[in-house]
Design a protein around this ligand. Structure first.
Ligand code: ADP
Ligand code: PAZ
Length: 276
């Protein structure tokens, strides 16, 4: 049983995978609540724990406390030059966020194709993997990506830096019409945040297509549903994606799935030397 933990800057998410790779328990809490969170019910246990933490050293200490009940092998994941069939082209591979790295690995194993991976949380990251082949073996090459403030953060940062704009983000409503010509302050702020995000995704899809083929689009994170709704309403981005024949994949737990893959002995053993 592998317990995977994805500690982002707002929330910590975790899932327990059984021997067949199915999730048998999952939960989440705000980072501020981790000290009182119980990761697993008493009936469940784990032999291995894989952790991605991008929330800093203090949160790592709290996570360490949370996992003390379990006598399991613990891995604090770091990004590397290559793992699980993906090459990492970051100039300093270990400086890539561990959540981005795990998500890229999971995305590659979803499609084994060129793809754009969006992780929409506190920040929004938009990363590209190109499908490559070498001597009959295919692998994914992470060629780079973008980091934007997340949809909430874009809105709240306006409130912080201005006198007249509201301090809190608009209530995100997945059914809300995304209006380019908004005529209230809160709609205009939300519209700005969502269009900035969609614009960056569209730009990444176009740039990736120019290098390879039309990428698959995979969206994960707390704001994945909001982005999906907005894409459905925005002609330019969505028509591009429709041309790719496969529509958008909303992938729950992409980071947790990537952490599970990284726990597999076949990938552990070969990650530093060969592609698998
Ligand atoms: N109930 C909620 N609590 C906290 N954040 C939420 C909630 N619903 C949506 N969100 C959005 O999801 C984001 C958190 O998503 P998540 O992918 O877990 O982020 P992170 O990995 O950065 O912690 C928040 O920044 C916020 O924009
Ligand atoms: C970009 C991030 C802040 C995203 O964090 P999140 O929104 O998932 O909480 C995180 O992946 C991070 O701190 N990355 C390190 C720098 C980098 O990836 O280049």
């Amino acid at each position: 049983m592998v317990l995977t933990i994805d500690a982002g800057n707002t929330k910590t998410k975790w899932a327990l995978f059984d021997a067949s790779g199915n999730i048998c328990h999952q939960d989440a809490c705000l980072n501020a609540e981790i000290a009182t969170a119980k990761l697993l019910p008493d009936t469940l246990n784990c032999t291995q724990i894989m952790i991605s933490n991008v929330a800093g050293a203090q949160h790592a200490e709290q996570l360490q406390q949370s996992i003390t009940p379990y006598s399991a092998a613990i891995t604090w994941v770091t990004a590397s030059k290559q793992a699980a069939g993906v090459i990492n082209n970051y100039t300093t591979p270990t400086s890539l966020g561990t959540d981005r790295w795990a998500a890229l690995i999971a995305a590659w194993h979803l499609h084994h194709a060129t793809c754009v991976v969006v992780n929409a949380g506190t920040a929004t990251t938009i990363d590209a993997i190109i499908h490559r082949e070498d001597k009959g073996r295919s692998y994914g090459e992470f060629i780079g990506g973008m980091i934007l403030p997340g949809i909430d953060l874009m809105q709240t940062s306006l409130g912080t830096a201005t006198a007249q704009l509201p301090k809190t983000a608009a209530q995100l409503n997945q059914q809300a019409v995304i209006k380019p010509f908004a005529n209230t302050t809160s709609d205009a702020i939300f519209s700005g945040a969502i269009h900035a995000t969609l614009g960056a995704i569209t730009q990444m899809l176009q740039a990736t297509e120019q290098l390879s083929t039309m990428p698959k689009l995979i969206i994960s994170g707390g704001n994945a549903g909001v982005i999906e709704q907005a894409l459905l309403q925005q002609d330019s981005a969505y028509s591009m994606i429709q041309h790719s024949q496969k529509t958008v994949t909303i992938a729950d737990n992409l980071v947790l799935q990537g952490l599970y893959l990284l726990a597999q002995p076949v990938f552990n053993a070969t990650s530093q030397s060969t592609l698998s």
